[in-house]
Design a protein around this ligand. Structure first.
Ligand SMILES: C[S@@+](CC[C@H](N)C(=O)[O-])C[C@H]1O[C@@H](n2cnc3c(N)ncnc32)[C@H](O)[C@@H]1O
Length: 309
């Protein structure tokens, strides 16, 4: 078993989430100097893969997990304070499908759209196509069930929820809201990891996440962090094969590194040979570790993955 495999299994990741940075967390965190920053702030947290990886390595003493999706933040609050109820509810929801396969999914989806229950969101994310959160213009979750997979088994989910709890309890806060309020509240000692919805997925017809972030707004927000001299690492404008997901940011905002993350699963399904490239923007305030080259591959980080397991 390789180091990167060890890493994947030893860092908990309870919330299945399309776009999770779980596989990239080691590469992202390699830009963080040791013992210099005390708090990691993740304003577009989703499944908080980078926060969990950083907590596993004890890289910061405190964490902020934030997102615009309210029930997701409620779920993180349950994980941080006491995941018993989330685990129990997930178990009951998952077993409902035994009696009514597929029909139970639609029933729970309707219930979620009425009550916004965090445990129901966890169930829907685990059971829906591509673990992809999708809302219609009325704000209703409308993703379909995955008919080939059953979603994380309740015992595994319980273990993951409790493992995440052990990493975050007493150290993390979960906040609901737009990212800008966190930028304005940034303090010395903070380091921000940012993973906003790609330009290509938050504008126009492809409304993947509940709200989008324009390039212009992101540049203005990063200027706030630069003025406060709070460093950040930003995942942005990924491209897949010939399809480009957005325009590059100006060089004075941050240094851009292109990360080759291998073939995308979607491209593999479509029989194409595309390689996914992710842009990582590293604040000029961080040491010039990889600044001499502009591309890196995930394999470059296998060594570090082994070190951290
Ligand atoms: C690409 S996903 C982040 C995935 C995350 N890095 C992970 O590892 O799971 C982007 C997230 O930003 C959130 N989001 C969208 N617009 C936002 C806004 N204006 N303020 C805060 N969060 C927002 C979405 O709900 C979504 O969870």
């Amino acid at each position: 078993m390789t180091g990167s495999h060890n890493l994947r299994f030893s860092v908990p990741h309870p919330i299945p989430y399309q776009g999770s940075k779980r596989r990239l967390a080691t590469a992202i965190l390699s830009h963080v100097p040791t013992n210099r920053y005390t708090r990691l702030v993740e304003p577009f947290a989703g499944s908080a893969a980078v926060t969990l990886a950083a907590a596993h390595r004890k890289m910061f003493s405190s964490f902020v997990i934030a997102d615009a999706l309210d029930p997701l933040i409620e779920l993180w609050r349950m994980v941080i304070s006491d995941p018993t109820e989330a685990a129990d509810q997930y178990d009951k929801l998952w077993h409902r499908e035994r009696e009514k396969p597929i029909a139970a999914y639609y029933e729970i989806r309707s219930e979620f759209n009425a009550d916004r229950s965090p445990a129901k969101l966890l169930y829907l994310l685990a059971r829906c196509v591509k673990n992809a959160v999708r809302f219609n213009p009325a704000g209703e979750f409308n993703q379909s069930p995955d008919k080939r997979r059953k979603g994380t088994r309740p015992q595994v989910m319980k273990a993951e929820l409790f493992a995440a709890h052990r990493l975050l309890a007493g150290k993390a806060d979960a906040l609901h809201g737009d990212f800008l309020s966190l930028f304005l509240a940034a303090q010395p000692g903070d380091l921000f990891y940012l993973d906003p919805p790609y330009q290509g997925t938050s504008q126009g017809r492809d409304q993947r996440y509940i709200s989008g972030v324009s390039r212009h707004r992101m540049i203005e927000a990063l200027t706030i962090l630069n003025e406060k001299r709070v460093p950040f690492i930003l995942s942005y404008d990924g491209s897949c094969g010939v399809r480009n997901y957005g325009d590059a940011l100006p060089q004075n905002v941050a240094h851009r590194i292109l990360l080759d993350v291998g073939r995308s699963s979607q491209a593999t399904l479509n029989g194409r040979d595309d390689v996914t490239i992710e842009s990582l923007y590293v604040s000029h305030l961080l040491p010039a570790k990889h600044k001499t080259r502009t591309t890196a591959s995930l394999n470059d980080f296998t060594e570090q993955a082994t070190l951290f397991t």
